[in-house]
Design a binder for this molecule. Structure first.
Ligand SMILES: [Zn+2]
Length: 394
């Protein structure tokens, strides 16, 4: 067993405890949370002491692209459609061992920041392999692309092959999902086929949705830079006459628990559509700002009761994986920031029965930090299922 004692314990699901402790069983689950004098130290227990630090649940990063960690600051394309194309070129120029190193660097960087669960979207599968190998926790959504309706079958063959290859790695800690990437990279037939496949196979779904104005132009009007680039490839583009959110509702892609990433270009009607569909949101304020997309209607989502977690997006969009900075960008500090980065993030991923708060029976995913925002925190310890994955040098 293992016991962590800190000057404050923030269980998040309950009020903060001064001079608190958490006891972790050999199965990696929490067996006690409370004031230090009330939590026993059974014989043989390893005791970790943090007399001047705060024990919190591990943070949940609801949107990452860790397979792109090696490409931080590599993309200087000025407009979003060109930036997206440049991402593809840079990925195509990446060797398998570079993806592997990027995944490991990204995962370890998350751990150094107190992040114990990630929701990754990627196409290589390398993050799932690396999480399984290193003992990390996360959902990995296997991306599928194909803007040309004529290539739908080919894209589905690739997706099902990737799922068959990755599924044996799935466990309590590592979950597999699928992600039809975005309206400018996925045709209507491919969206329908992926949605149907995910339902049949019981796989969670994530989508990049309503991110840029250019995406809205493409979907609603069949015009703008995405439409031009697709037409130049010989692909027929139709004006759908509706918002990207409406479009995915019509295609049957948005279902209970679908993780919708960004959702910046969403008016009140779209907020209500998202709520009716039962989706959750990965809010990435710094990425949205960096690309000039605007600000997602966070207050409207929360007022409507839509579950929202925070995500950093890739280090190509925002140069680091600082989740606390996302909370700050969302105007959250203290306990409110902590709650959104932990329990609300876990809810957004449908994982709240196992992680997101310090409660008896839950996984011992936790972090010991020196401060809560707005103060800058250093992470002294990060633990996943009772196993330390990061410890600051003494
Ligand atoms: Zn993304």
């Amino acid at each position: 067993m293992l016991r962590v004692h800190a000057s404050w314990v923030h269980p998040v699901a309950a009020p903060p405890i001064p001079d608190g402790a958490v006891l972790v069983g050999d199965d990696g689950r929490i067996i006690g949370v409370g004031p230090h004098p009330h939590i026993p130290t059974p014989p043989g227990t390893e005791a970790l002491e943090f007399p001047d630090a705060i024990l919190v649940p591990g943070l949940v990063n609801c949107h990452t692209h860790l397979e792109l960690t090696h490409l931080a600051r590599a993309n200087h394309a000025p407009e979003f459609a060109k930036w997206i194309r440049r991402v593809r070129e840079l990925k195509e120029a990446t060797l398998p061992e570079e993806f592997r190193r990027a995944a490991e660097d990204g995962i370890r960087d998350c751990w150094r920041r107190g992040v114990t669960a990630i929701a990754e979207t990627g196409s290589t599968g390398v993050v799932m392999e690396t999480l399984a190998e290193l003992g990390g926790r996360g959902i990995v959504y296997q991306e599928v692309f194909g803007p040309d309706p004529a290539k739908c079958v080919q894209s589905m063959v690739e997706l099902t092959a990737a799922v068959a290859r990755l599924r044996p790695l799935a466990s309590d800690r590592v979950r597999l999902g699928v992600s039809p990437h975005a309206p400018y990279t996925v045709s209507a037939p491919l969206y329908r086929a992926v949605a149907e496949y995910a339902r049949r196979e019981d796989l969670p779904v994530a989508v990049h949705l309503a991110e840029s104005r250019e995406e809205t132009e493409l979907v609603r009007d069949g015009s703008g830079p995405f439409a031009e680039a697709l037409r130049a490839r010989g692909i027929t583009i139709e004006a759908r006459g509706c918002s990207p959110v409406q479009y995915l509702v019509q295609l049957g892609v948005l279902a209970s628990g679908t993780l919708c990433i960004h959702c910046v270009q969403a008016g009140q009607d779209d907020v209500l559509r998202l709520r009716a569909a039962g989706v959750t949101i990965a809010h990435c304020p710094r990425s949205n700002h960096a690309h000039g997309h605007g600000t997602a209607p966070l207050a409207a989502f929360r007022a409507a009761g839509v579950r929202v977690g925070l995500g950093t997006d890739s280090v190509m969009s925002v140069a680091d994986l600082d989740l606390w900075a996302e909370a700050e960008a969302a105007d959250l500090t203290g306990e409110a920031a902590l709650r959104m980065l932990t329990l609300e993030g876990a809810c957004a991923l449908g994982w709240e029965s196992e992680i997101g708060s310090l409660e008896v029976g839950k996984q011992a995913d936790l972090a010991v930090v020196t401060a809560l925002p707005p103060d800058r925190a250093a992470t002294l310890l990060t633990m996943i299922a009772g196993r330390p994955v990061h410890q600051a040098p003494a």
